[in-house]
Design a protein around this ligand. Structure first.
Ligand code: CTP
Ligand code: MG
Length: 577
């Protein structure tokens, strides 16, 4: 997967990458050239007292050094830009993919791991791309070029290279092999931390209300400790790594000076050649070390790439049809034909053999105990889920044959759990219709009985809304969601228990205002309160996923025991009140 990802995302940047590699090459060659110039100055200039030679070679050395610095800076600068751009593209694609997921797809991963994959995992891959661009060319050239140059300086010391390089590879390699499984488990622990943290932040009110802080703190503590343990193990190995590398480098230096010194003593080698040999050996060892570090990043990045690949490879379980049907009419007629639905992984169906028709200009109400399947039922029309068997039709066309844009332009949902996005009230209201005029927005707010509380504050439509809408009351949030649906002027309204947080008087006023606005539209209302739906044209009584009775309020009062029960339970509550 890693290779596929890198290949795919480097394609648009091939010219940039080539440029980086060329800079890299130039800078490496310059680096390799410098010690030999240095040796020449010492051995031919200083030892013969040739000032002219020293000046000339010194000037050349200066030019090479400046060139080396310039190309190195260019390589790192453009390398970083290119790697970051590739990371940005990858992150963008992960985000787009996740946005196309259906509820089922999101659930099959879980939100926390999707967040880690879109952020931390992408970053690991990006890091490898950066390292690759910075060291891919320079490391092997530095290593082999260094060996060639060192041998040119002095052949008989070459055994030092053959000893120190394998020792370094062995030591660093051993540590890297120990590190790899730790990195793998680290990614999982980060997922776990994200999961716990996310849940606690979202549920903070509940945690407070039930005084669960100690328990939640200990749950977070466990996840945190897990992560710490892995990190400490990794740290321990790194602690070993640097002294080990240091020791090998210093022992090599000592050996070069020791054996080289003897050769200089006996006149077989010059001092300059000795310094150059020493510098080459260090360059080789550093290159080997860098190579091993890179090799170490590959397994971690490849774990991350696999995790990203899993997300990118998902074929969203709900997608637009290949050749969508353009409906002949757009009236908003909704029909369910013998619909059965099962949640993924569940054994029993949540909805069985549900059939009904909702006509434009009419109000269809659905009532039933909690867990009866009401929310599930209304989520089938906008295709949050697809049916197991049967058909859901919009204006006579199965929703599976319609573009989802087509559906959402005709169907507006007010979800049971009202959700607002961070931004302003205006930005939220324009969600379904970006070009709505200010007048339309106020009109919708008025119908939704939300005008007063929006006007109340000087900021009006520009009032800030926190993520999820947590800085307005539950009832206000519900009314803003209703207004948001009204702004789009859809053909079909789905109100899922959208009046539950309103007091009875506001509820009545809102429904009266709605009636005028939705005269030609199909209105489907899910409700708990009988008073909310008493004047509906048709009421479905849902019990355990089946429609047990249907009719108007008056008919059901006569014929339906389930409906009578619901009415009685609520009457007694209201009477007592
Ligand atoms: N369910 C499920 N998986 C989900 C959502 C719901 O298995 N992601 C199950 C629930 O356990 C419930 C049934 O589906 O038994 C119906 O859920 P729902 O349609 O949400 O019930 P409602 O009638 O909307 O209940 P309420 O009045 O509480 O909103
Ligand atoms: Mg519900």
């Amino acid at each position: 997967m890693l290779v596929t990802l890198i290949r795919r995302y480097s394609k648009p940047y091939l010219p940039h990458i080539l440029a980086v590699l060329l800079f890299q090459l130039a800078s490496t060659i310059a680096t390799l050239y410098l010690p030999s110039l240095n040796a020449k100055i010492i051995d031919e200039g200083v030892s013969h007292g040739d000032t002219d030679y020293i000046w000339r070679t010194g000037a050349l050395m200066l030019v090479v050094a400046i060139g080396q610095i310039a190309t190195a800076i260019a390589a790192v600068y453009f390398g970083a830009r290119t790697a970051m751009a590739m990371g940005r593209d990858l992150r963008r694609d992960v985000f787009r993919k996740v946005s196309s997921f259906s509820a089922k797809d999101v659930n099959s991963f879980g939100a926390p791991t999707l967040i880690t994959r879109g952020t931390n995992d992408v970053q690991q891959v990006q890091m490898l791309m950066l390292m690759g661009l910075n060291f891919m060319v320079s490391t092997p050239i530095m290593c082999f070029g260094g060996i060639v140059m060192a041998l040119q300086e002095d052949l008989s010391l070459s055994w030092l290279v053959w000893v120190s390089v394998p020792v370094l590879v062995a030591v660093v390699g051993y540590l890297v092999v120990r590190l790899m499984p730790l990195f793998r488990s680290m990614q999982k622990k980060i997922d776990a931390i994200n999961g716990v943290l996310r849940e606690q932040i979202i549920g903070i009110r509940v945690v407070r209300a039930f005084v669960r802080e100690p328990y939640e703190a200990s749950r977070f503590g466990d996840a945190n400790r897990d992560l710490t343990q892995v990190s400490v193990k990794i740290g321990n190995l790194f602690v070993l790594m640097f002294p080990a590398i240091g020791m090998i480098l210093h022992l090599s230096t000592a050996a070069v000076l020791w054996f080289g010194g003897q050769r200089v003593d006996s006149g077989e080698m010059q001092v300059g050649a000795l310094t150059a040999f020493l510098q080459y050996l260090l360059q080789i060892l550093i290159a080997v070390m860098m190579g091993t570090f890179m090799a170490m990043m590959i397994p971690r990045a490849s774990v991350c790439a696999d995790r990203i690949g899993e997300v990118l490879d998902v074929e969203p379980s709900i997608h637009d049809p290949e050749s969508p049907v353009k409906p002949a009419e757009r009236k908003g007629r909704v029909e369910f034909r013998d619909v059965t639905f099962k949640y993924p992984g569940a054994e029993a169906p949540v909805l069985s053999n549900v059939s009904f028709t909702a006509e434009p200009g009419q109000t269809l109400a659905i009532i039933g105990s909690t867990g009866a399947g009401k929310t599930t039922l209304v989520s089938l029309l906008p295709r949050l889920y697809d049916v197991a068997s049967g058909e859901v039709l919009l204006d006579g066309v199965p929703v599976t044959q319609l573009d989802r844009d087509e559906i959402s332009s005709r169907v507006a949902t007010v979800p049971q759990k009202p959700y607002l996005f961070s931004g302003t009230i205006e930005h939220n209201l324009r969600f379904g219709k970006t070009d709505a005029t200010e007048e339309e927005l106020w009109d919708a707010l008025e119908t939704a009985q939300a005008k007063d509380f929006v006007q109340e504050k000087a900021s009006g439509l520009n009032r800030r809304v926190a993520q999820g809408g947590t800085n307005v009351s539950g009832g206000q949030r519900q009314r803003l969601c209703i207004a948001r649906a009204l702004v789009t002027r859809p053909k079909v309204y789905l109100f899922d228990d959208s009046f539950s947080a309103l007091d009875v008087a506001t509820d009545a006023r809102l429904r009266k205002a709605l009636k005028d606005k939705t005269r030609d539209a199909t209105v489907i209302i899910v409700a708990q309160r009988v008073s909310t739906i008493a004047d509906a044209d048709q009421i479905l009584v849902l019990d355990n996923g089946r429609i047990v009775d249907r009719g108007t309020h008056d008919e059901l009062l006569e014929t339906s025991p389930t409906y009578q029960e619901i009415v009685e339970s609520q009457l007694s509550v209201e009477e007592v009140a």
